[in-house]
Design a protein around this ligand. Structure first.
Ligand code: GUN
Length: 285
């Protein structure tokens, strides 16, 4: 079975759109996301474009702040501080990667945790580690939605995460643990990661290596979530999993494109709405 992330994301976005309309009908302002893009990275420009379009469709205002590649760390942090103080801004997203001369950590941690709709600040990642309620990172949250659409309970399941990035591998391992899965995490320094992967009922691949995983890594009838995204010289997108080989072994698998990618955006909108509701209605999250 091929998991349709585009369709699942659409259902979530339609639901969020209805909620936004209800807020507007009760006389409140629209939610507002500030998107900060530094430099000219072509992939980042495409991703930011998708995020802005999705906001517009859901009735969320998006404000784009495009800064030149030559911006200093303090220029970017000053902008973030201004957005933190702006009561009309609910969420702040700084698109990664940032230019090499900028510390992503310093910039991300300048975002106020209540506006951190990417869930990437040390505060929100710390809350996740402690199992506390907080804004969750979007890509792993999207993966969890897809996993739970297939497996409502993860208790008794073995999950193997391939990768340990701050964006995906580390937070998803914690999310799986919070759902009572037994979690194994492998990474680039793990000898023979395929031996661990073959133990997985749920295999999440977020290694950033094209076609790292093939059928020989996958236990029969495992659920496979492919977080990778790579553009080939022919312009085609592929993942970290060799889909053609894996599809015959997995019980369910996410395609690239059309799997995890659209879910990341749906989760960003969900976080924006949560941050907005907390700001406008005083709801805690
Ligand atoms: N670059 C690639 N993925 C992401 C993401 O989820 N958030 C941000 N801010 N930048 C990214």
């Amino acid at each position: 079975m091929i998991i349709n992330g585009t369709e699942t994301a659409k259902k979530i976005k339609d639901h969020l759109k209805t909620k936004v309309h209800e807020h507007l009908k009760s006389g409140h302002r629209a939610p507002c996301l500030a998107v900060v893009l530094v430099g000219e990275d072509p992939a980042s420009k495409v991703y930011v474009g998708h995020k802005e379009k999705a906001c517009l469709e859901a009735g969320i205002t998006s404000k784009a702040y495009k800064l030149p590649e030559s911006s200093s760390e303090s220029d970017i942090i000053a902008l973030v501080a201004k957005l933190n103080a702006d009561q009309g801004v609910d969420g702040i997203l700084v698109q990664l990667p940032l230019p090499k001369h900028i510390s992503s950590e310093a910039v991300i941690d300048a975002i106020h945790p209540s506006k951190d709709v990417d869930g990437l600040t040390a505060f929100n990642q710390g809350c996740l580690s402690l199992g506390r309620k907080a804004l969750r990172p979007c890509t792993p949250a999207g993966c969890m939605e897809l996993i739970k659409s297939q497996l409502p309970s993860l208790r008794g399941k073995t999950a193997v995460v391939v990768g340990r990035s701050i964006l995906v591998g580390s937070p998803i391992a914690k999310m799986l643990l919070l759902e009572d899965a037994t979690v194994i995490q492998v990474h680039s320094k793990t000898p023979h990661p395929e031996n661990f992967a073959r133990m997985a009922d749920i295999l999440i691949v977020a290694a950033g290596k094209k076609h790292l995983v093939n059928a020989s890594w996958i236990k029969k009838d495992a659920l496979v979530i492919d977080v990778g995204i790579h553009r080939g010289s022919d312009g085609k997108l592929t993942g970290d999993v060799d889909f053609e080989s894996a599809v015959g072994v997995a019980s369910a698998i996410t395609p690239v494109p059309g799997g995890v990618g659209p879910m990341t955006i749906a989760m960003l909108l969900k976080n924006c709405l949560e941050a907005y509701e907390a700001r406008v209605y005083g709801n805690s999250f």
